[in-house]
Write a protein that binds this ligand. Structure first.
Ligand code: ZN
Length: 315
């Protein structure tokens, strides 16, 4: 059903999947930069379309809303929520004989700004496995969110400005909504703000937020992209929210005061759970350690790596 041509392609439909080079026809699982290019024609969910147009300009697309099968290029294609960021989708392709599920980036845990992931059964599963080491187990999400809110409140009480470092698309909006839900208004760096406007256009409310112009009134938190400078703020406490914070040394590497493991990727337990629920005959893993493939084989699955492992990529 698929082949590898310096990237994943659905053979019969000649459809490139999440390839970062311009293609005649491509499926975009979500609008992170490492999954997109200025394609001649792209298939994606309506929300990903809005974010794709925002980031790369208006281009021809075909919308694939969740759970609405379309016959395309000799295949039946259906998208399902992937729980990674707004519009993120898994793609189910069926050719009448067998089915293939491509997860893209996904997580199973709940999110306040993205629809929760929905797994369907398939014969072939192609999955991301970023957090594929047994030590890649995230603490309960509620615990991490509670820690974040406590840190932000404490910083405000001390008269300083909490500056949260989060990816421009996805995490930035998630953190904003988590804080505004607690009554903490948010100032956003211009890049985060532009994406947030698109989220709101798609019907996702983020609460009380505004564009950061270099200063912060007392009581406001600031959300900026990873490693952004905020020299204009005299007293700031920097907090990174990223799955990489599983590594205790992350805060030194990221040069922040605190690093919290809030991730938009499935952790090790969720990866295993995903395979069990999809119950495939064959599993192919991308973006993860080879040891995860070995682990799946030990658990009795027929698993193999796909393409080249690309470490250090996590958006
Ligand atoms: Zn992503």
């Amino acid at each position: 059903m698929f082949h590898w041509d310096d990237g994943l392609k659905l053979t019969r439909a000649d459809l490139a999947i999440d390839i970062r080079r311009r293609q005649p026809r491509a499926f975009l699982s979500h609008a992170h930069a490492d999954h997109m290019a200025r394609h001649e024609y792209a298939l994606c969910t309506p929300e990903t379309e809005a974010l794709y147009h925002l980031r790369l300009g208006r281009r021809p697309t075909r919308r694939l809303p969740y759970r609405q099968p379309v016959d395309w290029g000799g295949l039946r294609l259906t998208t399902f929520p992937a729980g990674h960021c707004l519009g993120s989708a898994m793609l189910l392709a069926e050719d009448g004989r067998q089915s293939l599920l491509y997860t893209g980036d996904f997580k199973l845990a709940e999110s306040v700004t993205a629809e929760r992931a929905e797994l369907v059964c398939a014969d072939i599963l192609i999955m991301e496995s970023t957090f594929g080491r047994p030590t890649d187990r995230l603490p309960p999400r509620d615990e991490v969110i509670g820690h974040l809110v406590r840190l932000v409140r404490q910083t405000l009480a001390d008269g300083a400005v909490p500056v949260v470092h989060a990816y421009v698309l996805g995490k930035g909006q998630e953190v904003t909504r988590l804080l505004t839900d607690q009554g903490i208004p948010v100032l956003q760096h211009r890049d985060v703000y532009a994406v947030s406007r698109a989220y709101e256009t798609c019907g996702v409310s983020l609460g009380r937020y505004a564009r950061f112009e270099g200063t912060a009134e007392p009581g406001w938190a600031v959300v900026v992209p990873p490693r952004a400078r905020t020299a204009s703020l005299s007293r700031a406490v920097h907090i990174a929210v990223t799955g990489w914070a599983l590594d205790p040394s992350a805060k030194y590497r990221l040069r922040v005061d605190h690093a919290l493991p809030l991730s938009d990727h499935a952790d090790y337990n969720e990866l295993i759970e995903a395979v069990e629920r999809v119950d495939p005959r064959k599993v192919y893993c991308t973006h993860g350690p080879e040891s995860f493939v070995d682990r799946l084989c030990e658990l009795g699955f027929d698993a193999a790596p796909l393409g080249r492992p690309a470490q250090g990529r996590l958006f």
